[in-house]
Ligand binder design. Structure first.
Ligand code: PAF
Length: 277
């Protein structure tokens, strides 16, 4: 049976009752899809109990972003969590998370200024602040994050290392549909025509490893961008090849682990994807 926790008091009581157990934690903003469920399955296989949080975190959205329209199908989400045997759902409201007078922020330097950080300047501070709070509230043994938000995964891993947080951060492979489209709660915003275009994103990125064998990085990036424009994406924020850990530009493609990362627009919807090279 799923225990639904809505106040810090009940969460802490629940946490006390499970002292000494391995606790797997899957933080989410809800609108759960198969990608989330695969994180939950992994958490279940590696821990004694699993807790999922659903909290649409206002401070990681800029005023012009989709905080108000972000899908919130809480009843359906609860059913899904119950069906897959999650032990507890932590679902605080905004006031429980950020009470009157809240004024602390957790800010990771360096990596947060790159890529997503340059298009969404306050986004990662919002993410690290809420994930830090969630980790303090739950004290999980392991926490599971999808590689779709690859930069987020690197930023959170850095925060955990820098702040000596005793939780193991586990990155999990991107869950894709048959066409290769990375599952995302925001895919729900896409029309049928836009979905057809969105499905081309991953097949374009998949060319990068082959091209990297014979071409310079800048040439590969240019070719990827040209093809995405031809594939009818409305705007390309970036499509780049970076060091897989630091996300800085690659100095030596023969020595560094690399990743291709992209952020593109279809109408008002921004999509991200990435893969290892
Ligand atoms: O990836 C997400 O859904 C969110 O950024 C997270 C990690 C739950 C923090 O709000």
């Amino acid at each position: 049976m799923l225990t639904v926790l809505k106040s810090l008091e009940t969460l802490w009581l629940w946490r006390e009752q499970h002292e000494g157990k391995d606790i797997g934690f899957v933080p989410t903003m809800g609108a759960l899809h198969a990608g989330h469920l695969s994180l939950i399955e992994k958490a279940k296989s590696e821990n004694d109990i699993v807790i999922v949080s659903i909290f649409v975190n206002p401070i990681q959205f800029a005023p012009n972003e989709d905080y108000d329209s972000y899908p919130r199908p809480l009843t359906k989400d609860r059913e899904k969590l119950d069906n897959v045997g999650v032990n507890a759902l932590w679902a605080p409201n905004a006031l429980e998370m950020y009470p009157e007078g809240f004024e602390t922020a957790i800010s990771v330097g360096g990596i947060t200024k790159l890529l997503e950080g340059s298009y969404r300047p306050h986004h990662f501070d919002g993410v690290t602040t809420v994930v830090n709070k969630l980790f303090n509230q739950i004290r999980p043994t392991r926490a599971y994050f999808g590689e779709k938000d690859y930069q987020q995964l690197q930023v959170i891993s850095k925060m955990v290392k820098d702040m000596d947080i005793n939780t193991k951060v586990i990155g999990c492979p991107i869950h894709r549909d048959k066409s290769g489209l990375a599952l995302s709660s925001r895919n729900a915003y896409l029309s049928r025509d836009q979905l057809d275009i969105a499905r081309r994103l991953n097949s374009v990125l998949k060319s990068a490893p082959d091209w990297m064998r014979t071409m310079e990085i800048a040439e590969v990036e240019k070719k990827l961008e040209d093809i995405l424009v031809q594939a009818d994406f409305d705007k390309i924020d970036y499509v780049v090849i970076r060091n897989a850990e630091t996300l800085k530009p690659v100095k030596n493609k023969h020595e560094e682990k690399m990743r291709v990362l992209a952020a593109v627009w279809l109408g008002k919807t921004r999509l991200i994807d990435n893969m290892g090279i």
